[in-house]
Write a new protein. Structure first.
Length: 326
């Protein structure tokens, strides 16, 4: 049995369809396919960083579901706990940004296999036995009562043991459809070991705003989080982004700021997920919070320079970029 620490991630896996290059959706004769989804992206990135990662989801018993499992296995992700059932795999369409045109995302995931999950199907005590870490996002509770109950049960089980919990406040406006998310997200955030989000997601999902460097300390105090990471993406041009983050450590009351990476973006999807994976991997490696922050930001930056949802940078790749920027 591997002695590497094990991370469990739970969420919905999706099939992404995108036109080539900078062509527009529905005007292109071609659509390229990628598998992805926030939590699956984290699991894949962790695997390439040398961390043992298991992914929990529910996939339809059809060729699309089979292909999704095969992709995860090729990426080195554990698939033992994936449930099979339901009628369809969620889809999403991505049109890349070009000049003054913003990136466009269209979801087609209503009634997906995961959206129809019965939370009683997952025995979290068994799934999390021997795990060091559990990762979830703010997307899953938006998918319906079953997914919301399932992720809440997972977090409760993790907190009842020695499993650390990270929550990435990913916000997807189209999924909430005007509903107030705070009643579902606040219980997940409360007591989380590592809370991750940008300012827009924090505002939308928790209703919290704070000026400047006050946001991390405020969230840590309000929700009892050990570490709070606030990411920042600056759009400098259609293809040029600046990427950085701050990390607040409640145990030492220290606020750290990362290096600022300016990137020529190939695909903006998945940068935050690779950041989360980098932070988890570095903390499991017992790096200092300051070092973990630089590692995480570099991992996110590297993902933005490759196509598709998955980040496949190795720990050596990330460490090389960190050294170059110090």
């Amino acid at each position: 049995m591997s002695s590497r620490p094990r991370v469990v991630a739970f969420g919905e896996m999706l099939l992404r369809l995108s036109p080539p290059a900078e062509e527009r959706l529905f005007e292109s004769a071609e659509l390229h396919t990628f598998f992805g989804g926030a939590e699956a992206n984290v699991a894949v990135a962790l695997s390439h960083l040398g961390v043992r990662a298991d992914y929990v989801t529910r996939l339809p018993e059809n060729p699309l579901g089979d292909a999704a499992v095969e992709v995860l296995q090729r990426e080195g992700v554990g698939t033992e706990w994936i449930l099979r059932g339901g009628d369809r795999l969620g889809l999403y369409f991505v049109e890349a940004t070009a000049d003054l045109r913003a990136m466009r995302v269209v979801y087609d995931r209503a009634g997906s296999a995961l959206a129809q999950i019965d939370p009683r199907e997952i025995d979290w005590t068994r799934v999390l036995a021997g795990a060091a870490w559990f990762h979830a996002t703010g997307i899953t509770p938006a998918l319906g009562d079953g997914p919301a109950a399932a992720v809440a049960a997972a977090v409760a089980c993790a907190r009842g043991s020695t499993v650390r919990v990270s929550l990435d406040l990913n916000y997807r406006e189209a999924l909430w459809r005007g509903r107030d998310p705070r009643g579902l997200i606040e219980p997940l955030a409360r007591g989380t070991d590592v809370l991750i989000g940008n300012r827009d997601a924090v505002r939308a999902l928790l209703g919290v705003e704070a000026d400047g460097d006050a946001l991390g300390p405020h969230l840590a105090e309000r929700y009892g989080c050990r570490l709070v990471a606030v990411t920042q993406r600056e759009i400098l041009g259609a293809r040029e982004h600046a990427w950085s983050a701050a990390l607040y450590d409640a145990s030492t009351h220290a606020l750290m700021h990362s290096q600022r990476h300016v990137i020529q973006v190939v695909d903006r999807v998945g940068g935050g997920d690779s950041f989360a994976a980098g932070l988890i991997a570095a903390l499991l490696d017992e790096q200092t919070p300051a070092a973990a922050l630089e590692f995480a930001v570099a991992a996110g930056a590297l993902k933005l320079a490759v196509p598709g949802d998955f980040g496949r940078a190795t720990a050596a790749d990330v460490e090389r970029l960190v050294r170059q920027c110090l």
